[in-house]
Design a protein around this ligand. Structure first.
Ligand code: MOS
Length: 711
């Protein structure tokens, strides 16, 4: 009997529930006497509601209530910010006044007996607006400096950083490139739509919600309603993808709770696919200038990276767009500047590998352009600029396996067979291109708690209020618990996704394994030691049998001071082969090889799946994804999965190789985990763009790389 589970490719413990449809997602919790909510949304991007007439909607069959700003209860909207909320600004106050701040803002909520009745009645709400001029296009807004630095992570998001003399070094550089890179707005588009069911019992509220952070939903809704967070239970055992859209608590959650209070019945609000583009965030449109200077032998002498992104008028969202440019490559003269453009849009949010994935598209595209200008192999160029330490923080890396990632991935990929000449490689009539890029993502580790309960029958229940939006948290935590307890995996039951369980940090930022995993390990270690001592046995099962009653232990973990002594990041390298149809401009990704130094890999099977998911996400970003925004009114004409293209199976290359470079990093956290959820997507889009250049000789600096840009 083995109990060594960490590092084993264990199949998902919840796999059977998922494939048999017994895993219950947010919209599937049906409670007795459930009513349904439908949201009427503004059709202008800026202005005021001039008139609102809900009489016809109220008279429609099955309608229980119609809420607008005129009759909706006033909500407390006490101050509360989760770590994922923008530091500056105030969340949208829903149905509280006549102000319209973005296209698609909720202006009415209809509650009815059935979903169909609610949806129909919502179309009967008549609203007229006093519109004001709306600025929608990023090109029409003056980018400004954020009001203040982001205090939660001051080292990640300073708005302006300078070392050395970047302008002087760039002016005097022997070889230089200077270009602007554009990424359009992209939406998360998880397959599961956002949904909330709210049920009040007196002053207690239960929310079944799609979220990446149950405790933050409770805290946020408590602040909105002015009630204690302890009165709110949030349940979210399964999440069908999120990629960041479930980090914050969006207005529809408030609406579900408000509707349930007014209708005095439980209310379910589920967003349609179209509504997913008007209120659960998106990756912001970014514009980035990168200027690189180098010596003829390929040593970087200057990096200037100047980027800005869209945000709303009511909140300042900003992400770590330029972070990696400060330490990924060695360079004595570096300038980065981050700005925001306030538009009449709803607030963007974090989307898979936020900041890094966008910034590194620009940086690693520029590095490829520099390699071409220098006539140096792109891998060699990176090796010549490999830093000995984090030159921004002036700290050693806790571990950094970039050299090994380049070597391992290049070898697996067959990089040496690449003819550097653009348009030189063909397969029949297809132009073949090989490209590569570097990747990095910070190691995040946040305070987390867990509980372990050992039972006399030799089984264990382990809990933490974490989330599993797909990576396999149910499984990986079960592995950590079983190995730490020394029990067979089928005797350990792990539970997550409920505010009744010990508090976990947000399921984002690639930090769940590091944080919750370390807490689970600590709680299980304590429970085991306690049970063995009290049971007077060397074997846990025997000790528990002798004790005849449960043994419980809780543990809290939090980061120590390693962050002051080390720069801690995962690093990787991505190699891509594309084929481009020279007549039709169609790009097919044929192969991807990614190598990652991401610390300990708890489950190579689910982690490989994560990486493949990130690669496919990167294909979408590079070749397809674009939330088109109508500059006149902020509407998204392609707010559906027919016209917002994402990769389907036929777009996924037959070969996606994932290599984990072994890293034993004792500094990052007790489990030695760096996280892979986000680095898996970083580097993919620039590697594809670089491969497209190699195939065609055309440098595409504005994503997505659609056929019209190549013919
Ligand atoms: Mo991730 S964007 O932190 O869900």
């Amino acid at each position: 009997m083995t109990t060594a589970f960490i590092g084993q490719p264990v199949s998902r413990v919840d796999g059977r529930q998922k494939v048999t449809g017994r895993a219950t997602y947010a919209a599937e919790f049906d409670v007795p006497s459930l009513a349904h909510g439908a949201i009427a949304r503004s059709t202008v991007a800026n202005g005021r509601i001039a008139s609102i007439d809900s009489a016809a909607a109220k008279r429609a069959p099955g309608v229980l209530a119609v809420l607008t700003y005129r009759n909706a209860p006033r909500l407390a909207y006490r101050a509360h910010k989760g770590v994922v909320d923008p530091e500056v600004g105030e969340r949208l106050h829903v149905l509280q006044d006549d102000r319209v701040s973005h296209q698609g803002q909720p202006v009415a909520l209809v509650i009815a007996d059935t979903l169909e009745q609610a949806n129909y009645a919502a179309t009967l709400v008549r609203v007229t607006y006093a519109p004001e001029t709306a600025t929608i296009e990023i090109a029409r807004a003056e980018p400004v400096r954020p009001t203040r630095e982001q205090p939660d992570q001051p080292e990640r998001r300073p708005s302006e950083v300078r070392r050395g003399d970047p302008e002087g070094a760039f002016a005097g550089a022997e070889v230089k490139i200077d270009a602007t890179y554009v990424i359009p707005r992209e939406n998360h588009n998880p397959i599961e739509m956002h949904a909330t069911t709210a049920a009040w019992e007196g002053d207690r509220l239960t929310l079944w919600d799609k979220t990446q952070w149950v405790h933050n939903v409770a805290d946020e809704i408590a602040a909105v309603f002015g009630i204690p967070a302890q009165n709110i239970r949030v349940v979210s055992p399964f999440v069908g993808g999120a990629f960041g859209s479930g980090l914050r608590t969006w207005p529809h959650v408030t609406l579900a709770a408000l509707g349930a209070r007014v209708a005095r019945r439980p209310v379910k609000v589920m967003l349609s696919r179209r509504e997913m583009y008007y209120g659960v965030g998106y990756r912001p449109h970014t514009v980035q200038r990168v200027a690189l200077g180098a010596s003829r032998v390929g040593r970087l002498t200057a990096i200037v990276h100047d980027g800005y992104q869209e945000t709303s008028t009511y909140e300042e969202f900003s992400e770590a767009l330029l972070n990696a440019s400060r330490f990924l490559h060695s360079c004595p003269n570096v300038y980065t500047r981050h700005r925001i453009a306030r538009l009449n849009v709803h607030t963007p949010t974090y989307m898979r590998a936020p900041g890094e994935v966008s910034g590194i598209f620009a940086l690693e595209s520029a590095m490829d352009e520099l390699a071409v200008a220098l006539n140096i192999d792109p891998v060699e160029l990176r090796l010549r600029n490999e830093p000995e330490q984090d030159e921004f923080k002036k700290l050693p890396f806790s571990s950094r396996s970039t050299r090994e990632c380049y070597r391992a991935a290049a070898e697996r990929f067959g990089w040496s067979r690449r003819n550097p000449e653009p348009r030189s490689m063909r397969d029949g009539r297809w132009l073949i291109g090989l490209g590569m890029a570097s990747a990095t993502y910070p190691m995040n580790y946040a305070p987390a708690s867990a509980m372990a309960r050992l039972l006399p029958d030799g089984t264990a229940e382990v809990t933490s209020a974490s989330s599993d939006m797909g990576p396999g948290t149910w499984t990986s935590m079960t592995q950590v618990a079983a190995e730490t307890l020394g029990l067979p995996i089928e005797r350990v039951k792990f539970s997550l996704g409920d505010t009744r369980l010990p508090r976990a940090p947000v399921h984002g930022g690639s930090m769940t394994m590091a944080s919750v995993g370390s807490a689970v390990q600590a709680a299980c270690r304590k429970a085991r030691e306690d049970a063995l001592a009290r049971g007077g046995a060397n074997d846990l099962t025997e000790a528990m049998r002798r004790l005849g009653q449960p043994v419980e232990a809780s543990a809290d973990v939090k980061p120590g001071d390693a962050g002051q002594r080390f720069s801690m990041h995962a690093f990787g390298a991505v190699f891509v082969e594309v084929a481009v149809d020279p007549d039709l401009g169609e790009t097919r990704v044929r192969r991807i090889v990614g190598a990652y130094g991401a610390g300990r890999i708890v489950n190579p099977k689910t982690t490989r799946s994560q990486c493949i998911g990130g690669m496919i996400g990167g294909i979408g970003m590079a070749l397809m994804e674009h939330s088109v925004v109508d500059a006149r009114n902020g509407r998204v004409p392609n707010a559906n999965l027919a016209e917002y293209a994402v990769p389907v199976h036929a777009d996924a290359p037959p070969a996606m190789d994932v290599i984990f470079v072994e890293e034993d990093d004792p500094h990052v956290n007790p489990l030695g985990v760096k996280g892979v959820g986000e680095i898996a997507m970083v580097g993919v889009a620039p590697a594809i763009a670089n491969a497209v250049f190699h195939a065609t000789g055309k440098r595409i600096r504005e994503l997505p790389i659609t056929p019209d840009k190549l013919i």
